[in-house]
Design a protein around this ligand. Structure first.
Ligand code: GLN
Length: 533
């Protein structure tokens, strides 16, 4: 039987529940235990696929094509294991299941209610992973902050589950904030006391408090928290602000979070966590011998979370190259009035980001023209690849009206066009080309050199694709389709001949980069940028 750890959050959002959950999971995994993490999101969207990146940041796509919360990205990057649809549950999905069952007559005339029907469905989902796999420990992160109306059914389900499983099989960690009041020069425990009270009202006594703080917590403060919040003194854990999220597993190790959890769950494990490769990664990350400047040309730059996986991929690729990667977010709309050359001139490489819709396209085309003409390393992801094709067809092949039908549905030269199977789709949720697809890579290519193999599989999230009608003309002029899907013939990778590094991919390599497996294309892109310096 698996044991359960639940992580709730108090006081404010954005305290990093996902990072704490992933760090604890890493420590347990490093002790040889089978661990997975799931995220429960209290919003009513069935999944985050229909959300604007400004709302909750990037939409993370799993191997099986689920559009999920970006915390799943952290889980994969930390644990180096894929997640799936089952690892992300939303209130929308819970209600959808219950309502569908009601329509099918499954409740036999009963009144359908939050308790027990919604809570039963939450409990079923919470324990679903156990039935599918042989995990020792399942960590569940409950999104939102305790006290939110939306979180109540989750807390009630947790209360019931804990009663059913027994305390030695189900531990609750509450992540909270200890603010520092500058004027009083004091760390304050009151918000934490209140948020624990809020949990108690829901019938849940947390076992462990993980306290986010800017300053070290003095012993007396820990004692006070333990007394007022009714937890063991050794179960008040300090989570001090870290230089990088990748420090957090080691900080939690120092605080003995893993040991305390194992003791409470009655799991005997005297192994020392094997974190050698993690430490090696951190060592290189913190002691770079060189640096490069990379422009990230996108349109959601105000919010770093919108390109979370890309930023993290640069960190992984930087570490392995022992190179500090300075990423400069550049708003593509700022490049539209002819200053691309001036704005990009100090960059050693340019990545054009994924995205949707017409806004900012002209600036992306300008950035691509600049890197193509000046032989600066270029990496285009999804929309970035599509823009590279449009730019090439326009400016090199001279096909004036070249466009994507996403930008101009009536264009006479649809070099990027809606995939045939997309043409009759009218609903938006979960209907893109999603998840893992195979790709065959030509041997004579930069991508082959990076991957070191011809058969790869990568994750997708798009509706539009390269229009193969233009393939011959494009290749004759030097833009090569070096990766294609063997089943459908869809172009997955384009490269420019006679350019040190010009790679556009229809898929999302950033979703598969982890600490232990930095993505080969990001690694080669950084190498190329170093070279072009
Ligand atoms: N908007 C483009 C499409 O749907 C690209 C999507 C993306 O960049 N993820 O094909």
């Amino acid at each position: 039987m698996a044991k359960y750890i639940f992580v709730t959050g108090g006081v404010t959002s954005s305290l990093g529940k996902g990072i704490i959950a992933a760090s604890l999971a890493k420590l347990l995994q490093a002790r040889g235990l089978g661990v997975t993490i799931q995220k429960f999101d209290p919003y009513i969207n069935v999944d985050p696929g229909t959300l604007n990146p400004y709302e909750h940041g990037e939409c993370y796509v799993t191997e099986d094509g689920a559009e999920t919360d970006l915390d799943l990205g952290h889980y994969e990057r930390f644990l180096n294991r894929p997640t799936s649809q089952a690892n992300n549950v939303t209130t929308g999905r819970i209600y959808q299941t219950v309502i569908n069952k009601e329509r099918a007559g499954a409740y036999l005339g009963k009144t359908v209610q939050v308790i027990p029907h919604i809570t039963d469905e939450i409990k079923r989902r919470a324990t679903l992973l156990e039935k599918e796999n042989n995990y020792d420990i399942i960590i569940t992160e409950i999104g939102g902050t305790v006290g939110d109306i939306e979180s109540l059914p989750y807390l009630e389900a947790l209360r019931q589950l804990r009663r059913e499983l027994g305390k030695e099989n189900c531990v609750v960690i509450h992540l909270t904030l200890i603010p520092y009041l500058k004027a009083a020069k004091e760390l304050k425990t009151k918000p934490t006391q209140h948020s624990v009270k809020e949990l108690l009202q829901a019938g849940i006594q947390p076992d462990i408090l993980v306290c986010r703080t800017e300053y070290h917590l003095p012993k007396e403060l820990k004692e006070k928290l333990a007394l007022f919040c009714n937890v063991d003194e050794n179960s008040v854990i300090e989570a001090i602000d870290a230089e990088t999220i990748y420090d957090v597993p080691l900080l939690m190790l120092k605080e003995k979070l893993d040991k305390i959890v194992l003791k409470k769950l009655n799991i005997k494990n005297n192994l020392e966590p094997d974190l050698n490769s993690w430490k090696e990664f951190l060592g290189k990350l913190k002691n770079p011998t060189k640096e490069v400047n990379i422009a990230l040309v996108g349109k959601y730059n105000e919010l770093q979370d919108a390109y979370k996986s890309i930023y993290e991929s640069f960190i992984h690729a930087g570490s392995i190259n022992e190179c500090k990667v300075n990423v400069f977010p550049i708003h593509s709309e700022m490049l539209e009035s002819g200053e691309a050359d001036a704005k990009l001139k100090n960059m050693d490489g340019i990545l054009v980001a994924p995205g949707f819709g017409e806004r900012g396209i002209a600036g992306k085309l300008e950035a691509i023209r600049y890197v193509r003409e000046n032989k600066i390393p270029f990496f285009g992801i999804c929309l970035g690849m599509q823009c590279a094709v449009v730019e090439f067809c326009k400016n090199v092949l001279g096909i004036k009206g070249s466009n994507s039908t996403e930008v101009d549905p009536k264009t006479s030269e649809p070099v990027i066009d809606l995939m045939p199977e997309q043409k009759n789709i009218t609903t938006k949720g979960g209907t893109m080309r999603l998840g893992s697809y195979n790709c065959k890579v030509s041997k004579n290519s930069i991508s082959y050199k990076a991957y070191g193999k011809t058969d790869i599989s990568e994750r997708h999230r798009h509706r539009y694709e390269f229009n193969n009608k233009y393939l011959e003309r494009m290749e004759d002029a030097g833009m090569m389709a070096v990766g294609t899907n063997p089943e459908s013939g869809l172009v997955e990778i384009i490269e420019l001949k006679d350019h040190p590094f010009f790679v556009g991919v229809q898929y999302h390599p950033e979703l598969k980069s982890t600490v232990e497996n930095p993505h080969p294309l990001f690694v080669s892109f950084i190498k190329a940028a170093l070279h072009s310096k």
